[in-house]
Design a protein. Structure first.
Length: 88
């Protein structure tokens, strides 16, 4: 239990932000699964569109501090490599 008003407010903020971040992370995972499903199904156009949405979502999450920028870049790079390998 918080001993001060400011500590109580920080605790409230932490729970709100944690819930928001969990929602964003869940959406990112779903988006990544859509990209992988499109790649494995052999639909390059669908995979490209899904990758663009995934990439945008990662950039927004990194900008808002949900994930680190390097983590977002690494995930985009890995997904792009698998997309390009599937095209070949």
């Amino acid at each position: 239990m918080a001993n001060t008003k400011s500590a109580a407010k920080r605790a409230r903020q932490a729970t709100t932000r944690s819930a928001r971040n969990a929602s964003v992370m869940s959406a990112l995972k779903s988006s990544q699964k859509k990209v992988q499903a499109a790649i494995s199904s052999g639909k390059p156009e669908d995979a490209k569109v899904a990758y663009q949405r995934f990439s945008t979502a990662l950039d927004k999450a990194a900008k808002r501090g949900v994930i680190h920028k390097n983590s977002a870049d690494r995930r985009k790079s890995t997904t792009a490599r698998s997309l390009n390998a599937a095209k070949s």
